[in-house]
Write a protein that binds this ligand. Structure first.
Ligand code: ADP
Length: 461
């Protein structure tokens, strides 16, 4: 499970972006500060070079560089940086200063050359100027170099002065964002608290008023779910209540007939009471078997069922055979109309057997005695399984209701409990198939047809 807090997630993302921006800002700030520090200190360095160049003279037609030692010491005095110089001429070569200091080309004469370089392992800024002392025909280059400590320190000080308030601003912004996000999430935390405070029977909708749009969508989905849950629970309760009520009748009859048998004054009455007892037990047994069948078709239970190819022709033959004795009892002409080849559907053999048994059972019970019942398998694009009888049929207005649980057409013969067709419909639904009821052939009886989806679309739920 992902246990990240939405608030922490939002804020860490926001914080990351702000820190990134602050870093970019700091880099830009430092480079700008360094640029201006260079501009100022370069100007000083150029001034120093020019004043040193003034010490170059011409004496008797020869170039001279003549500066008192004290003046040079003053020139080189700097508490922070190191300053180097070098004077050389084209005619006389090296004249004074640091031998290893290289010149920077400066064009034209008296112009200024400026560059960054290194000296004695330190980064330095170098300025050179060239001059031609009068009457010497010589060209002298004066070069001055200075380490960068002052510049870097100045740039760093400017950076700190600018960044410190920005860091403070960033902290305040994150704190305000934390408050804002907490406030923004309050409707969600309130909603969660409300749901948590409910007891399990309270499935009434959660209020949507006062919620922001995004939370309203969530509340609406929760309400949808609560609504469906409520319907399912009501259906479940109704079913349990109906089942209890329906089971009471055969059980009361069992007790009644058992008592009658016990108190029977003679053998004939006792046998009669036992026969009635047997019928009641049969009825209670059938009903509990049907209730169990209905429970098995519950989608929760069906997840574990593996759907495999089932041949409808073989199924019709096998189940049909099981019902022959019952058909014979009622003198019913029981027939099978199936194609030569197999008709395969993807399904659960046990459930499909139950479905077909229920339809045949109904046809044999409600069809006319000495009538005709047929089980038909067809495959014209869509596999179909039908059971047809030539009994009284089902009035048009009742056809929609007969699939409801516990519903029986008023005045129905026999001792059914109205679950058989509900089971048929559930099993069909689990196979993505449909059940429909029509009149039988010759405008007599009824025909129940289960239509499966064509092979390539047969994807069970
Ligand atoms: P049960 O047969 O136990 O009453 P079902 O759910 O199987 O329950 O059937 C519901 C009702 O539909 C039956 O009570 C009956 O009135 C009607 N019915 C079902 N099958 C037929 C049929 N083949 N012919 C006439 N009526 C039928």
């Amino acid at each position: 499970m992902n246990d990240r807090s939405l608030r922490v997630g939002l804020l860490s993302r926001l914080g990351l972006v702000l820190v990134l921006l602050l870093t970019l800002d700091a880099v830009a700030c430092y480079l700008t500060a360094l640029y201006f520090a260079n501009l100022v200190y370069d100007r000083w360095l150029i001034d120093s070079t020019r004043s040193l160049a003034q010490a170059v003279r011409s004496e008797h037609g020869q170039t001279q560089f003549d500066v008192p030692v004290v003046a040079l010491q003053i020139f080189q005095f700097d508490e922070v940086d190191q300053t180097y110089f070098r004077v050389s001429s084209e005619k006389r070569g090296y004249l004074a200063g640091e031998t290893s200091l290289r010149d920077v080309t400066s064009e034209p004469l008296n112009g200024i050359g400026l560059a960054s370089g290194a000296l004695a392992g330190q980064r330095v800024r170098i300025v050179s100027t060239r001059l031609a002392p009068a009457l010497t025909g010589d060209i002298v280059t004066v070069t001055v170099a200075e380490t960068l400590i002052k510049r870097v320190t100045l740039a760093r000080d400017i950076l700190l002065a600018m960044i410190a308030p920005q860091v403070a601003l960033l902290t305040i912004a994150l704190w305000l964002a934390w408050l804002g996000v907490s406030r923004g999430l309050k409707p969600l935390t309130d909603l969660a608290a409300q749901i948590e405070a409910r007891d399990q029977n309270n499935l009434s909708p959660v209020p949507q008023t006062g919620l922001p749009r995004e939370a309203r969508v969530l509340a609406a989905r929760i309400n949808d779910l609560l609504g469906r849950l409520g319907n399912a629970m009501r259906a479940q309760k109704r079913f349990v209540a109906d089942a209890a009520h329906q089971l009471r009748t055969p059980i009361a009859a069992v007790m009644l007939h058992a008592e009658r048998a016990q108190r029977a004054p003679d053998g004939a009455t006792e046998r009669e009471a036992l026969r009635a007892l047997h019928r009641s037990v049969e009825r209670a047994g059938r009903m509990s078997q049907q209730l169990l069948a209905l429970a098995r078709t519950d989608p929760e239970a069906v997840i574990a069922v593996e759907l495999k190819p089932v041949d409808l022709v073989a199924l019709a033959r096998r189940i049909g055979e099981e019902w022959i004795p019952r058909a014979l009892q009622r003198d019913i002409d029981f027939g099978l109309i199936v194609p030569e080849s197999s008709v395969s559907v993807l399904g659960d053999e046990r459930m499909l057997s139950e479905l077909l048994s229920n339809l045949i059972d109904n046809a044999l019970r409600y069809g006319d005695p000495a009538g005709r019942v047929s089980v038909v398998v067809e495959d014209r694009g869509q596999p179909k399984l039908s059971v047809q009888d030539d009994g009284p049929g089902i009035p048009e207005e009742e056809r929609a209701r007969i699939f409801e649980r516990f519903y029986r057409v008023p005045g129905s013969a026999g001792e059914g409990c109205g679950l058989g067709l509900a089971i048929v419909e559930e099993i069909a639904r689990l196979h993505n198939a449909t059940v429909e009821v029509t009149g039988g052939s010759d405008a007599r009886g009824s025909r129940f047809t289960v239509t499966f989806r064509p092979a390539e679309l047969r994807r069970p739920r």
